[in-house]
Design a protein around this ligand. Structure first.
Ligand SMILES: *Cc1c(COP(=O)(O)O)cnc(C)c1O
Length: 766
């Protein structure tokens, strides 16, 4: 589409004469690939402003921009086109609407709480042998993702499948106008947190708006399991489209599970492996490469892409691999490894690349070449169609694993952050607590994920070494040290870490050390004791002396002043919380009155954010909730960590026998007893033993039998069909740490932070 056509379609005022042909729409400057035919939409969101990236994109060759304000950049007007509109996001949506209207083909619109992406991909698998299908890449289902998806319609498209998701009332109308589905699919309503909806009923009604103009809407037959419901929907839709029943059943039987995750694993020789087994196509390849490039620890590391043949319907392979080559070039991949007969045939497409390229006819040929053994300190993105069995490559590159792992869902961390953001004013900054190795989830990976979120103002850890570790791993956000030790001041100075100061003893020592190191203006955070009686200055008696000291030096500057609620998680302390808040304000007001600059204020922790939104002030400190645990009840917000293992061995043991040390596990019936590799040396509480708690085997409760040993423990699987090697969940989505905590009289914080470091952390993105 020409720029001038787009200008008239979206009702824009055009400044600059360039009238180039546009193939690609861009909203995130980091994903630029084909600058000469890209139109960039400068979108303003609470989290950022696309106008800031225009100069950079111009220098990388982009010439067409949709803007709300004409930027002041050094370009001659003949070279560029600026399309000025009132709202760039609305313009993007309107353009997609116009594009959609050109197509008189069946369009399937999918919404619901779960399973949207699975249903979309499965429908694609079932329909694509017979027709050219255009669908949303991955889960591009938002206000921005949907228009970008619909833009993918092209002259060969015979059917479109698009998913739509909303996070608040009023959003679905816009998505409906863009998708204009003729066939609706509703995957059902989950009981997940309501966030911005008043009720289930309201949420359902909002979602249903997608189907306002559909002739037919499908819903799963009631009573089916989630997996069966997804298949049932696919069956109904295919039947509606005229596919014969025998073909449907045959294709249903061949459906491949949809991996929605990008898995990140530690590999051998310092390599980092990113494994993407999601359906292969150009879009998802681009997304995976962006993911690789956005990892802050990738600097100085060689980037490697291992890619199989991609079987893309509709596009001639030659053109397709030329696109792949261009992506490889634009994303700065230094080593490209192509595997498969088709990619070998098109090796010439990669001739012009600066990257070092290797081609192998099969996965086995690559593994036999042993060339993978040469990879050192690289980031390796592995992306292959299922038939190529790239898991063999992953296994060859992976470190040996202890069989118990803590799986961490980094997307859920962001979802939880957004959940708490919904209680906050957009200007309130969030201090993300990543102390204690991010409550056990792994501070480095969690911080990398949080670093790109603009509303996150600070990361906070307990001790200086934790902060230094983050800095060494490329974390540049401000870092607060909650409990600086006297011996760690040099680390604070060297790594630009901002300590909490809670007593005159530490204040004097810090001033002394900073002055000796020639430091001025170092930000510090003043802690007040308002009732916890742990650490902090007394706001009612110690402020004059504190102010006096701070005013008579230039080494340190008070950046913030804060305190901590003792019981924001329970209504029964509300009165005491108010009293704490009153005392806090006395101290904070006194300090502020003594300094001309604004001193930031913060008091709320996770529970406080939800419970006392009117006390949010400048910042809040988000801990437990970030990791998915609701501090005010036993529920899980979005599950982040799953502790899982596998069954080592199963014994049939007769009634009357005992299991484990000291014969504590007396069996009253003939039993099947499974041994699993986790014990108190992994941080698994001995008190869980002897039936006090249970693990989940294939979704069913398996109580611990006998005492928990050092490295192993036993569970009763008498009533559960299972075998050696099966997965066991120790905590996770269906078995919350809060529940386990109650059985042994502790709190979920302790369960999470006790998982020892020998338990490997495996990260993934959904
Ligand atoms: C750990 C901590 C928090 C976070 O508390 P959560 O209950 O996990 O949200 C907040 N403030 C301070 C001072 C902390 O030490």
């Amino acid at each position: 589409m020409r720029v001038s056509t787009i200008a008239s379609l979206i009702g824009a005022r055009q400044v600059g004469e360039a009238d180039i042909n546009i193939n690609w729409l861009l909203t995130d400057s980091r994903s630029l690939c084909f600058p000469e035919s890209t139109l960039f939409f400068a979108i303003r969101t609470p989290r950022g402003d696309g106008h800031r990236y225009i100069q950079d994109l111009y220098s990388r060759g982009v010439r067409a921009f949709v803007v709300e304000e004409i930027p002041d950049i050094t370009a001659s007007s003949g070279e560029c086109a600026f399309l000025q509109v009132e709202n760039s996001l609305v313009a993007l949506q309107r353009l997609a609407e116009r594009k959609r209207e050109e197509y008189d083909i069946p369009i399937i619109g999918i919404t619901g709480s779960n399973g949207k992406t699975t249903v979309k991909e499965w429908l694609y698998q079932m329909l694509s042998p017979d027709m050219t299908v255009t669908r949303s890449p991955r889960s591009y289902n938002s206000q921005i993702g949907v228009p970008l998806s619909v833009w993918g319609l092209w002259e060969k498209s015979q059917i479109g499948i698009f998913e739509a998701a909303i996070s608040q009332p009023g959003e679905m109308e816009a998505l409906e106008r863009i998708i204009q589905p003729t066939i609706g699919v509703f995957t059902g309503l989950g009981s997940a947190h309501q966030e911005n909806f008043q009720s289930m009923e309201q949420k359902r009604e909002e979602k249903m708006k997608l189907f306002a103009h559909c002739k037919t809407v499908f819903m799963p037959t009631p009573g089916l399991s989630a997996l069966e419901a997804d298949r049932d929907l696919c069956r109904q839709v295919c039947r509606h489209l005229g596919m014969p029943d025998d073909v449907i059943e045959q294709r249903l039987a061949q459906l491949e599970p949809i991996a929605m995750r990008l898995e990140v694993k530690q590999g051998r020789h310092g390599c980092m492996i990113i494994n993407d087994s999601y359906n292969s196509d150009l879009n998802s390849l681009g997304i995976a490469m962006d993911f690789m490039n956005r990892r802050p620890d990738r600097a100085d590391r060689q980037r490697v892409l291992i890619l199989s043949d991609i079987l893309q319907s509709g596009v001639p392979p030659r053109m397709f691999y030329e696109h792949v080559a261009q992506l490889v070039q634009m994303r700065g991949v230094e080593c490209f490894i192509g595997i498969g007969p088709q990619i070998c045939d098109h090796a010439a497409c990669f001739d012009q690349l600066q990257a070092q390229c290797q081609f192998y006819p099969s996965t086995d040929a690559y593994l036999q070449s042993q060339s993978f053994a040469m990879l050192r300190d690289s980031v390796v993105l592995i992306k292959g169609a299922r038939s190529f069995h790239f898991e063999k490559i992953t296994q060859a590159l992976e470190q040996k694993v202890h069989e118990t792992i803590l799986e961490v869902n980094l997307s859920a961390v962001v979802d939880n952050l957004n959940y708490y953001r919904s209680f906050l004013d957009p200007n309130t900054r969030i201090i993300c607590m990543v102390k204690a190795d991010a409550y056990g989830a792994g501070a480095v990976e969690v911080s990398k994920t949080l670093q790109s979120q603009t509303q996150v103002g600070y990361l906070a850890v307990a001790v200086a070494d934790e902060g230094a570790l983050l800095r060494s791993n490329g974390i540049t956000k401000p870092i607060m040290i909650m409990n600086p030790e006297m011996t760690s001041f040099d680390t604070l100075f060297e790594y630009n870490l901002e300590p909490e100061v809670y007593s005159f003893r530490i204040l004097d020592a810090l001033i002394h050390a900073a002055e000796r190191a020639g430091i001025t203006g170092m930000p510090i955070h003043i802690k007040l004791d308002t009732g916890m009686h742990r650490l902090g200055f007394d706001p009612e008696t110690e402020m004059p002396r504190l102010i006096e000291k701070l005013q008579h030096q230039t080494a340190l500057v008070p950046r913030s002043i804060f305190s901590h609620f003792v019981g924001s998680d329970s209504d029964s302390f509300d009165q005491f919380s108010s009293e704490q808040y009153r005392r806090y304000l006395i101290g904070a007001d006194a300090l502020q009155a003594a300094f001309p600059h604004h001193i930031l204020r913060h008091m709320n922790n996770s529970a406080g954010i939800e419970h006392f939104p009117d006390r949010q002030m400048d910042m809040v400190r988000l801990g437990l909730g970030l990791y998915g645990i609701d501090p005010r009840n036993d529920s899980i917000i979005n599950n982040v960590s799953t502790l899982k293992t596998t069954i080592l061995q199963i014994h049939d043991v007769k009634a009357g026998e005992t299991v484990g040390y000291s014969r504590r596990g007396k069996l009253t019936r003939d039993s099947r007893i499974a041994a699993i590799p986790i014990g108190y040396a992994d941080g698994w509480d001995r008190l869980f033993g002897n039936g006090n708690a249970y693990a989940l085997v294939n979704g069913q409760k398996a109580p611990y039998v006998g005492n928990i040993c050092m490295d192993v423990c036993m569970i009763d699987v008498t009533d559960i069909p299972c075998q050696e090697g099966d997965h066991v969940v120790l905590f996770g989505d269906q078995l919350s740490p809060s529940l386990l905590a109650r059985t042994v009289n502790t709190i979920p914080y302790e369960i999470l932070t006790s998982v020892s470091h020998r338990v490997k952390r495996v990260y993934y993105h959904e």
